[in-house]
Ligand binder design. Structure first.
Ligand code: DGL
Length: 265
């Protein structure tokens, strides 16, 4: 075997994508990971398609320069507009968070009534609905943008009454349509999973895209034992961001459930 090493590089518009890092750490313990959070240019959810694509290319170049040979787009907004461009431009495996969540939701929705929440960028792109209907043309897909949830998570307002009230209001239209599954189509929403579950109802299955993509990547390595043997496994996670504040470090620590050191680039 050559000295070629497989290393997973993950990027997001900010620190929310650390939910995917956490899911990968749980699913693929020991894999070396390198993360880039574009905290200086966040949020992506309200930016144009062209801008998000440009940022996604730059982020991928950064990760490849640092040794990444597999790319994971943890950001739903970037996944929805930049995946094809990255696949064409960089000839390495590129994973995004949307397809795995769609596949998981379809498996768990026997009546094909699926709810989706995300940023305006993701919801307006219509990607979840398109991918679900490509597989199940008669599916009923109900999507709602929840733009206030990202800032609430970044403020650490996980259990505040204001957050509970806003979640309830956003989820009301999906609840009355009796969705069976609810896709959390944004990096930050897994951190509000408990309140989301409470407000949408106990019977609705929550689909966490960070868990879905980690599951898909783990199956990819099982299917490609040659690549699996070349994985760099020292249990390192290098975390880079384009801007640092105390609040970013605090939220990053909450997501990874440990004290983290962010490196500014
Ligand atoms: N990372 C983004 C996403 O998953 C949420 C934050 C943002 O708008 O940049 O869509």
């Amino acid at each position: 075997m050559s000295s070629y090493l497989i290393m997973i590089g993950i990027f997001d518009s900010g620190i929310g994508g650390l939910t995917t890092v956490r899911a990968l750490m749980d699913t693929l313990p020991g894999h070396d990971l390198i993360y880039f959070g574009d905290t200086a240019r966040t949020p992506y959810g309200s930016k144009s398609r062209e801008t998000v694509i440009r940022y996604a290319i730059e982020n991928t170049e950064f990760l490849i320069e640092r040794g990444a040979t597999v790319i994971v787009i943890a950001c739903n907004t970037a996944s929805s507009v930049a995946t094809e461009v990255l696949m064409e431009k960089f000839h390495i495996p590129v994973f995004e968070v949307i397809t795995p969540a769609v596949e998981m939701a379809i498996r768990q929705s026997p009546r094909h009534r699926i709810g989706v929440i995300g940023t305006r960028g993701t919801v307006n792109s219509g990607i979840y609905e398109r991918l679900i209907k490509a597989q199940i043309p008669g599916a009923s897909v109900f999507s709602t943008p929840c733009p206030l949830l990202v800032p609430l998570v970044e403020e650490g307002w996980f259990h505040r009454p204001e957050t509970r009230m806003i979640v309830k209001k956003y989820l009301h239209p999906l609840k009355v349509r009796q969705v069976e599954t609810l896709i959390l189509g944004c990096t930050h929403y897994p951190l509000l999973k408990a309140v989301i579950q409470e407000k949408i109802g106990r019977r609705v299955r929550i689909i966490d895209s960070s868990v879905a993509v980690a599951d898909k990547i783990s199956r990819f390595f099982i299917d490609h034992p040659d690549l699996d043997r070349a994985v760099s496994r020292n249990g390192n996670a290098d975390l880079f961001v384009s801007d640092i504040t105390d609040q970013f470090e605090k939220t990053a620590g909450t997501i990874l459930k440990r004290k983290v050191v962010l490196n500014r680039v």
